[in-house]
Design a protein around this ligand. Structure first.
Ligand code: FAD
Length: 310
């Protein structure tokens, strides 16, 4: 069996693997797609000490750094079920989609998350060409330009407030007849001069010129007319979904499906830790995921050295 088995090969899983391997214990990583969300990212400008890099390049470096250590990397493996140990200190079992099963004394869950899409024509085509999902990451790319934020929940309204300080103009588009964000956020938003709020609006198309976004089309849900907004960027903020559906019966999840962890990265099950976007960690960023991955690995090691000798 593994001493530490990591599920997920994004920034959190890679950091866990390097930290755990450096303790001289038996470490494995099973990942559906090594690199994770980083593979879908173009420019990265907030990976501290590296002023600019690109997702596919960082993903290769993550994998290389892991492989420079003694780690059993199992790429293209999807975990389907986690069966926690029956008694404390026992072996946890991870079942894979290919029918295989892996056993480990401790587990680190780092399966990340995915942005919910609006699923309209143009969204995929213009992803990274004006369609964005992360204001902390891509906001500065739209300095002085016009953007829309789609979604009037807390994350959409926070994004609109954040972007209003950077870009020329923000149009916030909400599907329902009113915003769902906290009142204090709504008040702040309403006080900003360069923000327009449109409610009861269904986005129907991302429009582009073949190279980049030039606007969006929405339907007024009260009257049925179509409207066009000319802009350079669209931030989709209708939810980040953790990849934890398969963990429902294994560890405690928040109402948003995030794995609940404590300050040491431990889940509700002894010996099972978690890190990164799949968890209740408050900010979903590369450096945050890496820090959390190192915390989970060190906590797993602390757990292992307290187990009775086998
Ligand atoms: P992920 O990167 O999501 O990795 C999850 C891993 O788990 C993957 O290997 C996946 O294949 C695997 N996995 C999932 N389910 C299973 C399963 N059942 N079995 C096995 N493996 C599984 N952050 C920044 O800091 N700066 C940026 O500029 C930036 N730009 C971004 C741009 C885009 C378009 C996106 C989508 C995100 C961006 N982010 C950025 C956010 C950043 O990518 C994430 O915060 C970070 O990747 C989270 O790392 P993670 O390891 O927790 O999860």
């Amino acid at each position: 069996p593994f001493d530490v088995l990591i599920v997920g090969g994004g920034p959190a899983g890679a950091a866990s693997a390097v930290y755990a391997a450096r303790k001289g214990i038996r470490v494995g990583v099973a990942a559906e797609r090594f690199g994770g969300q980083v593979l879908d990212t173009m420019g990265i400008e907030n990976f501290i000490s590296v002023p600019y890099t690109e997702g596919p390049k960082l993903a290769v470096q993550l994998e290389q750094h892991v492989k420079d250590n003694e780690v059993d990397v199992m790429n293209l493996q999807t975990a389907e079920k986690l069966i926690p140990a029956k008694e404390e200190g026992g072996l946890h079992e991870l079942r894979l989609a290919n029918g295989g099963s892996l056993k480990a004394r401790s587990i680190i869950l780092s399966t990340g998350a995915r942005w919910r899409k609006i699923n309209v024509p143009g969204e995929d085509e213009y992803r990274n060409k004006g369609v964005a999902y992360c204001p902390h990451c891509d906001g500065p790319l739209f300095k002085g330009k016009r953007v829309a934020v789609i979604g009037g929940g807390n994350s959409g309204v926070e994004a609109a407030i954040d972007l209003a300080g950077i870009v020329a103009h923000v149009t916030l588009i909400e599907y329902a007849s009113e915003l769902r964000a906290d009142a204090v956020l709504q008040r702040k938003l309403a006080s900003l001069p360069n923000v327009k709020i449109i409610t009861s609006a269904m986005t129907t198309e991302v429009r582009g010129d073949g190279e980049k976004v030039v606007g969006l089309t929405y339907k007024d849900r009260n009257h049925g007319e179509m409207h066009e907004v000319a802009l350079e960027g669209i931030f989709v903020q209708i939810g980040l979904v953790p990849n934890t559906e398969w963990l429902k019966d294994a560890v405690a999840l928040s109402k948003h499906g995030e794995i609940e962890i404590d300050a040491r990265g431990e889940t509700s099950q002894p010996g099972i830790f978690a890190a990164g976007d799949a968890t209740t960690v408050p900010y979903k960023q590369i450096v945050v995921a890496m820090g959390a991955g190192s915390i989970a690995a060190l906590s797993a090691f602390d757990y292992l050295i307290r187990l009775p000798a086998q």
